[in-house]
Design a protein around this ligand. Sequence first.
Ligand SMILES: Cc1ncc(COP(=O)(O)O)c(C=O)c1O
Length: 417
Amino acid sequence: MELSLFARRFGGDSGVVDLMRDLGEAVSIHPDMIMMGGGNPGRVPAAERLYRERLRAVLDDPALAHGMLGVYQSPRGDERFRAALARMLREECGWAVGPENIAVSNGSQSAFFVLFNLFAGAFDGGRRKHILLPLVPEYIGYREVGLSDGMFRAERPAIERLPGQLFKYRVDFGQLAPDDSAGAICVSRPTNPTGNVLGDAEIARLDALARAHGIPLIIDGAYGTPFPHMLFTQTTAHWNDNTVVVLSLSKLGLPGLRTGIIVAREEIVAAYARANTILSLACGNAGPALATALLDHGELLALAREHIAPFYRDKAARALEALRREIAGLPCRIHKPEGAMFLWLWCEGIPGGSHALYQRLKQRGVLVVPGRDFFPGLIEPWEHRDECLRLSYAQDEERVRAGIAIIGDELRRSYGG
Ligand SMILES: Cc1ncc(COP(=O)(O)O)c(C=O)c1O
């Protein structure tokens, strides 16, 4: 069987495919595996209760149930949901948006596929454009979404070493010089995998840079504000007509609903919706139906701020303390956790590299993600990418603690201690 270049591109191995395969196998084949690898959110009891209650009410209302189950909604997504969300974003975040600025996607991952290929790839006259990632490490799921090669460009970040075996990446604005081949700038905020949160001043600078070059700034808010608000620092929800904010219901504890949301100026929303119609016909309705019920009751932001944020803030603090204890005396540092649900560990000069460490940990029943695939668009060699590891602290407390103890033990062995 001869398959196309498309098949080679999308049917072969890739970081995100490996990650999801590990995740699937860990759940089905090795149920005892300590899962610190994937992006599954934790279980927040108050949130789960509320979702069940609101979904039951939707199912008990024949008109709402039919709207959720019995119809294809319009290509941009359910009108009622988009109106309710626009109202909340206007009133709570001060964004000048209406329903015409909002489109739904089947998970934000698929929104990125469309958006990146709208702004980068092949252009008239044989020109090519890329998505500029001002800060790597960046989300592993971006890496292979391009329909052609050379989709991303990135520069090394500046590294600030902090007390207490912490460190922080910063955008190296001195190096960041978009040229005519930049089609958009994109950041995840908070950043997966590091838990870094770009400050308001950094976002303002990126916004100005994007505007100056006539390209949009895409902010991936999968963990961000206004929801799910997995943030441990004071952060403003940024949007204007040159920003594309991509939100998701997944990290609220609802990845099974596969609902992403694009907030952008109308011409971008329209182009996205046309492409998404070809790919998906329409989006799933369950996520928008549940989110509309939460918005109608004024519960979405309260849930994020009062339950989701503290849940992850506490888990981050406990995981940080435990991991810090384990790495004391080793040449390792943890990225300052400012949001999301990961600790990013930098093991300087680790013998054999972090991929070998990941494999040894897997043998010992702990699943983490090695760092090397989190640097999309970084062309120059950098040993740092083989010295890092991402671990999720979203799962059950005891198992996270047990996993961190094994990681500590394996690190001491690796460094010959
Ligand atoms: C930074 C980031 N963006 C986007 C996504 C895609 O999420 P979903 O497709 O579930 O909305 C993820 C998933 O983990 C993520 O970590």
